[in-house]
Design a protein around this ligand. Structure first.
Ligand SMILES: [Zn+2]
Length: 84
């Protein structure tokens, strides 16, 4: 199955591949799924957690151009293109 060319399960319009970011701007932090329970970092803000990057997978999202529905995947095989 080609995940780059898929119809929306809600309205059947075509969906486009993208990614999730917490803040739109000239640079952004990617969102990832991390295995296990969050472990708080001592001495940091209440929402700071310790993360081992090998336990995390970046999320990819597909957005429907018709209705705006978003479908999210966390596939370990997906890589991040770091070329500029
Ligand atoms: Zn749709």
């Amino acid at each position: 199955m080609c995940e780059d060319d898929k119809p929306c399960p809600k309205c059947a319009c075509m969906m486009s591949r993208g990614f999730l970011s917490g803040f739109p701007g000239s640079s952004a932090v990617l969102t990832a799924w991390c295995d296990g329970e969050p472990k708080r970092k001592r001495g940091f803000a209440l929402d700071s957690v310790r993360i081992d990057p090998k336990d995390c997978v970046y999320l990819q999202a597909f957005r429907c151009a018709g209705c705006g529905y978003i479908e999210i995947y966390a596939r370990a095989a997906d890589s991040i293109n770091t070329s500029t």
